[in-house]
Write a protein that binds this ligand. Structure first.
Ligand SMILES: Cc1cc2nc3c(=O)[nH]c(=O)nc-3n(C[C@H](O)[C@H](O)[C@H](O)COP(=O)(O)O)c2cc1C
Ligand SMILES: [Mn+2]
Length: 484
């Protein structure tokens, strides 16, 4: 696993997955515009290291997660499905049948140990400690022309529930207000916002620590939709195959990853809000300005020569699509623990995660597709799913063409569309009310007589088995040398 971000950058360099840009490029709009072009090129483009951001003596690393291959590298696996299998194994403990069986389980026991973070006293992220440090020294991006300012876009925000002390980590953007304060854009449905809710009820200041540029598996874990109350560091430890090393902050009662590049220590005050936004968001549109808590900095610690890790969001696909793809694969085996009839699920890039969710199921009883829709609308961040499409097990949900074809042929709009209302994503622009709106489910499974469908279901066209073998051979010869 990668010791730290520098180690990951070296590995990307060796694998020719990184483009180094030596010429000066400005953090003001230019870096974002170049990154956008990389993201829109085949496969998501290379990771980018801007070695000389104009006006700063600190490199900017961006788009490091922005391809399937690099996302796999970040998590130390060959394919995301390999990872899903490991999680499936961990989540399905089997009682050993004998001594030999028990021994075979030792590697899994080791991986369970990795879930527990440990505290160290000597940390690279505290090589330099500045109680009077300001954000002015960091090449923080202004991404899009109408953005309200500069934003820290890939922070790992650490808080603890003031009552239970449970830790939460989330990636919430932070708009720079001045050298010592930023916005704290945790949306109301998120873990950080819940801790703040408790702090406000108790009329207490909430300590907050922000880690920038930890190792790649750690950075991913802050974006993962962990169920509330479950520590993201457990997931990180599992993914890294090594316990996460934490160090105590200098000025607040929180621990942060020792291997990070930069740490911002501080707090948010109960009752304090400030206008945040607009921001060119991952919806592909500017999100409206709104009032959010203010993060006040009490201390900045860092490495001697830190790299500034960041990202940009905008019209899909961009880097966040691949982070979301990792969550799609990692959380599928866990969702299947309560909904075993789910075969596969997919969030197409154009659906920006929550607008289109496609799920295939092993349909077992009448109305089963509707049960799945309702379950999805009640499950963690999947509650935001604006359109849920349910298909039979034999449809490849990863193949968007196939899904569009099956939906079109399998659904009777009036009969098979289900509407409901509930919480919608904070960034939802089409609902009449902010964060409250409607959702639609499409049952595109084959309809059964027991569901009231009395006509015969049509048979799918397929080549005859014997013909298929001959045709494959002939086509292999014919297609040789043919290039579209
Ligand atoms: C690049 C990026 C930026 C994000 N920005 C925000 C944000 O500003 N506010 C927010 O609430 N969620 C944001 N998210 C989504 C959260 O990180 C995500 O929902 C995460 O699961 C939240 O963790 P939590 O459940 O512990 O709150 C962002 C995700 C990514 C990948
Ligand atoms: Mn959480």
């Amino acid at each position: 696993m990668f010791r730290d971000l520098n180690h990951f950058i070296d590995a990307l360099d060796k694998d020719r997955e990184l483009a180094r840009i030596a010429e000066p490029v400005s953090p003001d709009l230019e870096i974002c515009a170049v990154t956008d072009r990389a993201s829109k090129s085949p496969g998501g483009g290379p990771g980018l290291l801007f070695e000389n951001p104009t006006g700063y003596d600190m490199p900017v690393a961006i788009n490091l997660f922005g391809s399937l291959k690099r996302m796999c590298m970040a998590l130390g696996v060959r394919t995301l499905d390999d990872l899903a299998r490991e999680i499936e194994e961990l989540a399905t403990p089997k009682l050993p049948a004998g001594m030999l069986d028990a021994l075979k389980m030792l590697p899994m026991v080791n991986r369970l140990r990795d879930l527990m973070p440990k505290t160290v006293s000597d940390a690279p992220c505290q090589e330099v400690v500045r109680r009077d440090g300001t954000l002015d020294e960091f090449p923080i991006l202004k991404c899009w022309p109408e953005d309200g300012g500069r934003y820290i876009t890939l922070p790992m925000v650490f808080t603890r529930d003031p009552e239970t002390r449970a830790r939460n980590i989330g990636t919430y953007r932070m708009q720079v207000f001045d050298g010592r304060s930023t916005g704290m854009h945790w949306q109301q449905h998120k873990g950080g916002a819940q801790h703040y809710r408790v702090a406000e009820r108790l009329k207490q200041r909430l300590p907050v620590a922000v880690a920038l540029g930890p190792d790649p598996a750690l950075a991913y874990s802050a974006t993962a939709p962990m169920p509330e109350g479950l520590d993201e560091l457990m997931l990180a430890g599992f993914l890294r195959r090594q316990r996460v090393e934490l160090v105590k902050c200098v000025t607040v009662d929180l621990e942060v990853p020792a291997n990070a590049q930069i740490i911002l220590e501080g707090y948010v005050e109960p009752g304090e809000r400030r206008r945040e936004g607009p921001f060119g968001d991952h919806t592909g549109f500017y999100s409206h300005p709104d009032d959010y808590p203010v993060f006040h900095i009490t201390c900045i610690t860092s490495r001697k020569r830190p790299v500034y890790l960041t990202t940009v969001v905008g019209i899909p696909p961009m880097e966040d699509y691949y982070l979301g793809m990792a969550s799609e694969r990692i959380f599928l085996p866990l969702i299947r623990k309560t909904l075993p009839e789910i075969v596969d699920m997919h969030f197409p890039a154009a659906g920006i995660f929550h607008n289109i969710v496609i799920i295939s199921i092993d349909k077992r009883y009448p109305g089963h597709a509707r049960k799945i829709m309702n379950a999805v609308w009640g499950l963690g961040q999947l509650m935001f799913s604006k359109t849920v499409i349910v298909v039979d097990h034999d449809v490849d949900v990863q193949n968007e063409m196939e899904v569009a074809w099956i939906v079109g042929t399998h659904y009777d709009p009036e009969r098979d569309v289900q509407f409901t209302r509930g919480p919608v994503d904070d960034l939802e622009d089409a609902s009449d009310l902010h964060a409250y709106g409607s959702k639609m489910g499409i049952d595109a499974t084959r309809k059964w007589p027991s569901e009231g469908f009395k006509r015969p279901w049509p048979k799918k066209i397929e080549t005859a088995e014997g013909t298929a073998r001959t045709a494959d051979e002939i086509w292999r010869r014919v297609s040789k040398g043919w290039r579209p």
